[in-house]
Design a protein around this ligand. Structure first.
Ligand SMILES: Cc1cc2nc3c(=O)[nH]c(=O)nc-3n(C[C@H](O)[C@H](O)[C@H](O)COP(=O)(O)OP(=O)(O)OC[C@H]3O[C@@H](n4cnc5c(N)ncnc54)[C@H](O)[C@@H]3O)c2cc1C
Length: 386
């Protein structure tokens, strides 16, 4: 059987697209190298914006994401320098700026919803190649050592930035930061009152995201420092965190589920090629400093699904449809990628003029509510917000 669309990768972005196209009665298949019905139990949490919450609500999965924590306020500061800003949900008159949710819970709800809509699901199936023959995309698969091909009008590569897109989407831009992040859960002696913190330090940003009665910590730093922090015992780790972060959130009392990840930025200049489109992290892998990665990927999904609906397009792999999709994503991708890159450059550098500039920028954001509102709107709703 030939599919309208085959989605490679059932991460949160690929499975959100499966639900969106399933709702339009498209003939869709989604496949993943790992188990889809039982995604691995892992501790990764995502901070999603209010705009993403609205998209998930429209996809019909938000009601089942009971285990999420609202972010009502974000406190942004810079260690040792003047200038800080506080952003509150009241500025935009919305119930929360965003929410912290477990990624595996989100993925599970999306896959369940896709299944309900009749989307074909293929798990433990490794895609080894995507090619194009005539007017179809050919997806080469290996499932339990059985080798086969599936054809489709369109192949969507949502593999999280693995290597599948390298043959078709030739131009990727890459940037290595020599930075890693320690991700873990920490507890403080003070309640979080739904406040998230972004603290820029001379060695990299520290983010604290409220989750349950704890915080998710994303502590970015140079690779050598992260190695040391990762190996440190609880007492030394908490002391060091307290020293770098300060006392705004109270005393750090415990830490668990410590993990270490390498950080880099990689994005495709062109998100489409003949019968192929790349979405989510496969299209742009960002530094987590601005928590934009999944939010941007979900807006890729929304724009794709909106265009498909608007154009009543029978062949989603047709060149004229892919041209429209590419154009629809240009401004939002540029802003998301550019803004994240700017933050990493300006706030991970201690050059004299930059120190003054960033202190001034935080001060100006606080002093000019209108400017602050525009920046927040863009971060929460993307560049199409009017
Ligand atoms: C430290 C850190 C913190 C972050 N925090 C946030 C945050 O707070 N907010 C936010 O918005 N974003 C955040 N992000 C980014 C976010 O995690 C990603 O943007 C998001 O997970 C991307 O989803 P995806 O579906 O595109 O890819 P993935 O989640 O990577 O999923 C890809 C899927 O493809 C499958 N796959 C891969 N190769 C193949 C193959 N050959 N064949 C078949 N299947 C394959 C994989 O098994 C996987 O299931 C963070 C990232 C990091 C590193």
């Amino acid at each position: 059987m030939r599919f309208d669309t085959v989605i490679i990768g059932a991460g949160p972005v690929g499975s959100a697209l499966a639900v969106s196209l399933g709702r339009q009665n498209k003939n869709v298949m989604i496949m993943d190298a790992n188990s889809i019905s039982k995604p691995k139990v892992e501790s990764k949490k995502l901070a999603i914006s209010y705009g993403s919450k609205v998209i998930l609500e429209n996809l019909g999965v938000w009601g089942n994401l009971e285990q999420c924590t609202p972010i009502k306020k974000v406190h942004v500061s810079h260690k040792g320098f003047f200038g800080r800003t506080i952003v509150s949900h009241e500025v935009l008159d919305i119930p929360a700026l965003g929410y912290v949710i477990p990624q595996n819970l989100l993925q599970r709800q999306l896959v369940l919803e896709a299944q309900k809509l009749g989307v074909e699901i293929l798990e433990k199936c490794l895609v080894t190649d995507v090619s194009v023959k005539g007017n179809k995309a050919l997806i080469s698969c290996n499932q339990n050592k059985k080798i086969f091909e599936i054809d489709s009008n369109l192949a969507v590569i949502a593999d999280g930035g693995s290597s599948l897109a390298n043959n078709s989407i030739k131009k990727f831009k890459e940037k290595s930061f020599d930075q890693e992040a320690i991700i873990c859960t920490v507890k403080c002696d003070r309640k979080h009152t739904n406040t998230a913190y972004e603290r820029f330090t001379e060695h990299g940003p520290i983010a604290l995201l409220p989750f349950g009665d704890e915080y998710v910590l994303v502590w970015t730093g140079q690779a050598a420092d992260c190695e040391e922090r990762y190996a440190a015992n609880t007492k030394i780790f908490l002391q060091s965190l307290q020293k770098h972060f300060g006392w705004r959130a109270g005393r750090f009392q415990s830490v668990k589920e410590k993990k270490r990840v390498r950080l880099f930025m990689r994005y495709a200049k062109d998100v489409t090629s003949d019968r192929i489109v790349v979405l989510g992290n496969a299209a742009q892998t960002l530094h987590p400093v601005a928590a934009q990665g999944f939010n941007l990927g979900l807006r890729d999904v929304k724009d794709f699904a909106d265009l498909s609906k608007k154009n009543q397009c029978a062949d989603l792999g047709a060149a004229n449809f892919l041209v429209k999709y590419k154009a629809s994503r240009a401004a939002d991708r540029s802003f998301g990628i550019g803004f994240t890159d700017l933050l990493t450059r300006v706030f991970s550098n201690n050059d004299g003029p930059l120190v003054i500039t960033r202190g001034f920028a935080l001060f100006m954001l606080d002093a000019l509510p209108y400017l602050k509102k525009i920046v927040i709107q863009r971060m929460i709703f993307g560049s199409k917000f009017t």
